[in-house]
Design a protein around this ligand. Sequence first.
Ligand SMILES: [Zn+2]
Length: 182
Amino acid sequence: MAASDLINLSGLIDDAKCFALVRQHRWPEGACCPVCDSGAVIRDGYDDTQPYRQRYRCKACAGRFDDLTGTVLAGHHQPLRVWVLCLPFMGLNLSNRQIALELGLDASDVQAMTEQLRRGLVAKTPPVELTGEVEVDEVYVVAGHKGQPAAVAKRGGSDAIASWQARRAAARWRRTSRPSSG
Ligand SMILES: [Zn+2]
């Protein structure tokens, strides 16, 4: 299939629906302030250059933000519809190179985009640093270790650390993938 056919595909995507999709994903219960988390926000017109990008004003902290503020989609040179088109291609397990071909983009651009999308839409904030007392909400017991604390202690060391790191990474993914900080 010629690349030009597929570039037309991007042209057929409805920008208004792309922004609606982002709103629905990050704020299923209605927009809330990315700074103070307040739901007391009012609509404040649209972006000057992107006519479907809704702006908001927070009544609690007087902050201003828009549909993309605080998401990986903000401030990127690719239009939102290109990001949205990446999602089904990623779902089909296409490689970055294949997606780049389909969308007429640079493979390196697509790599950066898919990496960011995999970390979740609202993942621009730096990773949380844990200090003081930390509560862990899940405990993972290897089936073969259940009731054999001595065997676990003997293995301990690097195994335990590796599995803790894997759990921490999974928890971070879940946290950053949530539409709001909830
Ligand atoms: Zn606020």
